[in-house]
Design a protein around this ligand. Structure first.
Ligand SMILES: C[S@@+](CC[C@H](N)C(=O)[O-])C[C@H]1O[C@@H](n2cnc3c(N)ncnc32)[C@H](O)[C@@H]1O
Length: 315
């Protein structure tokens, strides 16, 4: 090995401050101010050492707005790599290195404290602040990673396609069924605004779904059962079109006395009891039946409570 490169290695590692800086940056990426804080040194001194270390190829920097962060670049070539290994070995149990490590922990804690105190001061107002991110679509895409790829869901009685579009935004492939061509047209034109969504519209009856056996992973009927001549037939059809292991979900009203709904909303049934719904699910062979009731939706008309019922086709 030539003497010159070796001298450079030794010169670089000969200064204890440079060793302290490297040891810190090996643990964390730090801004100059943070390094100054840990070492208790002025900026000019710290910057001079950083320049030497960067020149030696032992550091890389990264700009983050007005801050510059430094990190350690582990040396790969023999004299640098081996000498650094020797230095580190000798730092074990060193009192200054231990003090630096403790000061570094305080710097990291103050980073976290800054964030914590920000959110402590903001609290529930975060929802107003976050609006600048306009991240609804982003969140939907992130949630879609939790779902298996190529998930297919049937939305029975899709109406204007609200749920179908929500599901498709999650990356789900949706088969949206309705017996009203006008509702399908409305849903189709709404979905046309987002051409990437995978929604297939099919015209058909809930009691004879235009889907083959086991075609979907799940089937959902949201506020549809109370319009159907035979809700139990629809549940049986939904059970037929899901794969073994697939899920059937129905959302509807619990029994209520809102007669005005027949006239004004065209409903056929004033809600269903949990026993009735359980009977339909179990009669068609669905298992793991669950039903939960929810308070009436906020409205000037004091709407009835709702339920979400689900069951699974045996695997
Ligand atoms: C209250 S809307 C619900 C729409 C949608 N599921 C939602 O939650 O926004 C009821 C929908 O069910 C459809 N529907 C009613 N009876 C049906 C039947 N027998 N077969 C298929 N669809 C039906 C209607 O055309 C209507 O679009």
């Amino acid at each position: 090995m030539k003497a010159d490169p070796l001298q450079r290695v030794f010169r670089t590692f000969s200064d204890p401050t440079r060793i302290r800086i490297l040891a810190l940056l090996e643990r964390e990426e730090l801004a100059v101010q943070e390094i100054m804080e840990v070492l208790g040194m002025a900026q000019s001194r710290v910057s001079r050492h950083l320049a030497i270390l960067r020149e030696a190829g032992l550091l890389a920097d990264r700009r983050d707005g007005t801050f510059v962060f430094y990190r350690f670049v582990p040396p790969r070539e023999a004299p640098w790599r081996d000498t650094w290994a020797l230095v580190i070995e000798n730092l074990r149990g060193d009192a200054t290195a231990e003090r630096d490590a403790a000061a570094l922990a305080r710097v990291m804690e103050s980073r976290s404290e800054r964030t914590r105190s920000f959110f402590e001061s903001v609290g529930p107002e975060w929802d107003a602040l976050r609006k600048v991110f306009n991240d609804d679509a982003l969140r939907a895409r992130a949630v879609s990673r939790l779902l298996g790829p190529n998930l297919v869901v049937a939305d029975i009685g899709t109406g204007t396609g609200i749920l179908a579009i929500e599901l498709a935004r999650l990356g789900v492939r949706v088969v949206a069924v309705d017996h009203s061509p006008r509702m399908i047209d409305a849903a189709r034109s709404k979905a046309a605004a987002e051409p990437d969504l995978q929604i297939e519209f099919r015209h058909g009856e809930a009691s004879a779904l235009p889907l083959s056996d086991g075609e979907t992973d799940a089937a959902l009927a949201h506020m549809v059962l109370h319009y159907l001549p035979s809700p139990s037939d629809a549940i049986a059809e939904m059970a037929r079109v899901v794969k073994p292991g697939g899920t059937v979900v129905a959302v509807d009203f619990v029994p209520h006395q809102h007669e005005w709904m027949r006239e004004e909303l065209g409903v056929s049934w004033l809600g269903f009891s949990a026993e009735e719904v359980a009977g339909w699910f179990l009669a068609t062979g669905l298992i793991d039946f669950r039903l939960e009731e929810h308070e009436g939706l906020a409205s000037s008309r004091d709407l009835p409570a709702t339920f979400i019922a689900s069951g699974r086709r045996p695997s």
